[in-house]
Design a protein around this ligand. Structure first.
Ligand code: NAD
Length: 356
């Protein structure tokens, strides 16, 4: 198979982890006889520094022209501490999602057995947890009208959803549930929000088309509690942009660390694959970043955008083997981990390549 992959490292540890993800894609190409070609493009703070624009037109064009994008992260402390900055790295991310029509963000949350002790949740509660989140990505309060009034003393962000937007992500979630345990949990705040009432109405109507899928409706506050209390009760979860953003970070603790979680953003065109973590400037340049989320993002890319399931499974299996062999990055190590098994970013990448 011949495919063209765009690497978009972005900021901070995004640079370090995508370099490892790319090596894994390269190894898969060699091992399975594929030809992957690559290009690179700027986004976020590095793009602002180079061009003044967090998503330069050239980057967007390269994204549209590629078969898939392996993405790092965007963000810089300079902007986090300056709410008044008009041009910001995250604008690049949001514009990319909108322009590429990436309306569905898939986040598989599965604990590798070897990491049971790395989580702050009790192992007996966690064992067997396997959740697939569908977070809506191009609507909600993130994209609605926003502004200030009353001389800047009052601020507003408008949340908006159309029937069409809810239906298309809902359908993807129902289809995925069919291939898993046939359980779908739709999360909203329909007791308070009008957008949530529309959300629930649309999912209830869709449910009639999927009688084989058991549907549960939860309020987001209850989900936040149940994810920690009983994560194994969930199979597929579908929710709006803001709720999904928060719940999936919470659920990252089920997987032991932010550094373990991959995501796929898909929609009308090129798919974008990225770790759920940010640019982590506290550890940038120190070789401490866990590259496994980027490696697992590459696995999702192979499966979803290229339909290469065996290749994707080979990557996941190699990660599993590395963990079984006792290797850890610092974020997933515990008191029992011997010092010689704690690896830096590059060494962890090399370990995965060796098992591949
Ligand atoms: P973060 O995910 O960057 O970091 C949170 C914590 O987790 C930090 O302590 C960090 O060291 C740790 N961590 C994250 N990824 C890790 C990895 N791979 N290995 C080891 N440890 C890891 O979130 P934050 O600190 O809230 O935000 C930092 C910047 O990233 C901000 O500018 C924010 O806007 C941005 N951000 C970007 C994205 C994205 O690009 N999709 C997502 C979230 C945050």
């Amino acid at each position: 198979m011949n495919k063209h992959i765009l690497i978009v490292p972005g900021d901070g540890i995004g640079q370090e982890v995508t370099a490892v993800g790319k090596k894994v894609l390269d190894k898969i190409a060699t091992k399975f006889g594929h030809t992957f070609t690559y290009d690179e493009a700027l986004i976020g703070h590095v793009a602002i520094e180079a061009t003044g624009d967090p998503l330069p037109a050239e980057t967007l064009q390269k994204m549209r022209n590629s078969d898939a994008v392996l993405f790092g992260a965007v963000g810089h402390p300079k902007y986090d501490n300056d709410p008044s900055a008009k041009v910001r790295p995250e604008q690049g991310l949001l514009k990319m999602r909108k322009e590429l029509g990436l309306y569905a963000n898939l986040r598989p949350i599965k604990l590798f057995d070897e990491l049971l002790s790395a989580s702050s949740i009790k192992p007996e509660i966690l064992k067997g947890a396997d959740i697939l989140f569908f977070r809506e990505l191009t609507g909600d309060i993130y994209f609605g009208e926003k502004g200030r009034k009353n001389n800047g003393d009052t601020a507003f962000d408008v949340a908006e959803y159309s029937r069409y937007e809810v239906e298309r992500i809902g359908r993807k979630a129902f289809e995925a549930a069919r291939t898993r345990k046939k359980k779908l949990c739709s999360v909203d705040k329909a007791n308070v929000l009008e957008t949530s009432r529309l959300w629930r109405e649309v999912i209830q109507k869709l449910a009639l088309e999927y009688p084989d899928v058991e549907v549960e409706y939860q309020f987001v506050d209850a989900t936040a509690m149940l994810l920690i209390k009983d994560p194994c009760r969930f199979d597929v979860v579908v929710t709006a942009n803001l709720f999904g953003d928060i719940l999936t970070d919470e659920a990252s603790q089920i997987a032991g660390s932010m550094g373990m979680l991959a995501s796929a953003s898909i929609g009308d065109g090129t798919g974008v694959y990225e770790p759920i973590h940010g640019s982590a400037h506290d550890i940038t340049g120190k070789g401490l970043a866990n590259p496994l989320a980027s490696i697992l993002s590459a696995a999702l890319l192979l499966d979803i955008s290229f339909g290469l399931k065996a290749e994707s499974d080979a990557v996941i299996n190699a990660v599993d083997q590395v963990l079984k062999a006792g290797y850890r990055t610092r974020d997933i190590a515990d008191k029992q981990t011997p010092a010689d098994k704690i690896l830096g970013t590059e060494a962890m990448g090399e370990a995965v390549l060796k098992f591949l």
